[in-house]
Design a binder for this molecule. Structure first.
Ligand code: SAH
Ligand code: MG
Length: 210
């Protein structure tokens, strides 16, 4: 099975930070997941959602996309990954929600994706639905990564999938928090086992409850 040429075209055209091979690995992982809702933390303009969404749609599952759409620290003016045209001039802050919505619409995913607009820890603290699939790609500072691990991973159902982006075991390749605050603790907990690695993407499975 493959993404259709149209699905692939939408994913590759979407703005964001997801190389094609890692995007495809996300789609494979979402296809292989157990039944139940899917959720990603960190949607930006909808690129990763264009890879996960088609798998959720094919399996008739709802896919929640959590983001405050104000950008991470590294997306702000003066930082490495800033895109100035994504600032809402009326507010003076980044706003990726309009582009996210357009991307989701154009990709034909409006009936599959539910955007949850808000601060990840705030949403997580109110969340109770077990997840078949969780993709963490939100704030990459130590504290945001630690909170996403602590507050979201307990919601992954037994046999469910935990995907983590921007995992760099070698500091020369990139920032450490997704590796040190999410990936390593997940494995050390004894509750997750690694299933695959593609670029900086790691796919884990919950093998035991807390
Ligand atoms: N998955 C995306 C890239 C995500 S970039 C892609 O495929 O392109 C990281 C995103 O995390 C940004 O959009 C930022 O707004 C979001 N983010 C960072 N900290 C957050 C927080 N505390 N709550 C909600 N979203 C957050
Ligand atoms: Mg990322």
């Amino acid at each position: 099975m493959e993404l259709t040429p149209s699905q692939l075209a939408h994913a590759e055209a979407a703005r964001g930070f997801m190389p094609p091979d890692e995007g495809r690995a996300l789609w494979v992982a979402a296809n292989d997941a157990i039944a139940g809702p899917l959720l990603e933390v960190g949607s930006y303009c909808g690129k990763s959602a264009c890879y996960i969404g088609p798998a959720a749609m094919a399996r008739q599952q709802t896919f929640f996309c959590v983001d405050h759409h104000r950008g991470s620290e590294e997306n702000q003016a003066g930082w490495e990954w800033h895109e100035p045209d994504l600032v809402d001039p009326a507010v003076g802050k980044m706003d990726t929600l309009p582009l996210f919505r357009r991307t989701v619409h154009d990709a034909g995913l409006e009936d599959t994706i539910v955007a949850v607009v808000g601060d990840s820890p705030r949403v997580a603290r109110a969340w109770t639905t077990p997840l078949s699939f969780l993709f963490i790609d939100g704030g990459h500072g130590v504290e945001p990564a630690r909170l996403d691990y602590e507050l979201w991973t307990p919601h992954v159902a037994l046999g469910g999938t935990l995907c983590i982006h921007d995992v760099f075991p070698d500091p020369a390749d990139g920032g450490r928090p997704p590796y040190e605050e999410i990936y390593l603790p997940a494995l050390a907990s004894g509750q997750f086992e690694e299933r695959s690695a593609t670029g900086s993407l790691r796919v884990l499975e919950r093998i035991a409850n807390a």
